[in-house]
Design a protein around this ligand. Structure first.
Ligand code: FMN
Length: 212
């Protein structure tokens, strides 16, 4: 822990590149992920900020064929339901999107927030209990960047019925699903979101920053 003050310019430009090349990945190569590499990336999670130092992140590793099949069924049902919410061009565009890599991803994790944790003694969460969930999201972001730095990709799947998934994975009561995550080596690298490439949505031209 020698470094004081700013990191060197070279590091900052590499960090900028890392953030620019972080993508949501849905297409994975059929290459296994070394356990040591996965563990190194997971060790970024406890480095995240958390409200009251509550560390409410909880991880279920989804390895068994049965659990993976249930999660995939869940996604396919929710995705078919979501498609019904669109019509005309949007519906045909939606139908062409690939919204999960659950068939191919070598590593799959369900990440939860323990809404009932006593850790942190409720500090910062009294008026806004959702802060615990936001804490888990910050942890996912660090994990995402750590994976990308190792050449790995992560895909966030939220097109799911969370209650069904909780039952299928026997998640403890009081845990709230933050997301289902597919992890593996990506088929390709890009600096542009896949949804933008697919013509679904584009990034905003400017940061929506106002002054009061
Ligand atoms: C909370 C959250 C939920 C998401 N859920 C899904 C999802 O269910 N399926 C999917 O393909 N992408 C999902 N994404 C990925 C977004 O589509 C993606 O982040 C966005 O299009 C920008 O692309 P990028 O992450 O490559 O920059 C999710 C992202 C977030 C942050």
């Amino acid at each position: 822990m020698e470094l004081r003050g700013a990191f060197p310019e070279e590091f900052r430009s590499q960090l900028d590149l890392l953030m620019r090349l972080r993508r949501d990945v849905r297409r994975f190569r059929s290459v296994p992920v070394e356990e040591a590499v996965l563990m190194r990336c997971l060790s970024a999670i406890p480095l995240a900020p958390s409200v009251g130092l509550s560390e409410p992140w909880r991880i279920l590793r989804v390895d068994s064929d049965t659990a993976r099949a249930a999660a995939l069924r869940n996604f396919e049902k929710a995705n078919a339901e979501a498609l019904k919410g669109y019509s005309d061009d949007r519906a045909s565009k939606y139908a062409q999107l690939k919204l999960s890599g659950m068939r191919d991803a070598p590593v799959q994790l369900a990440i939860y927030c323990d809404d009932e944790t006593a850790q942190g003694h409720g500090l910062g969460a009294a008026t806004m209990p959702e802060m615990r969930r936001y804490s888990v999201v910050t942890a996912v972001t660090l994990f995402w960047l750590a994976l990308r730095a190792e050449g790995l990709g992560l895909g966030w799947v939220s097109v799911l019925d969370p209650e069904q998934l909780n039952r299928d994975l026997a998640a403890p009561a009081g845990w709230q699903l933050i997301g289902y995550f597919c992890i593996g080596y990506p088929e390709r690298q890009s600096d542009t979101p896949e949804l933008q490439e697919a013509g679904w949505e584009s990034r905003m031209a400017d940061l929506p920053l106002q002054t009061r």
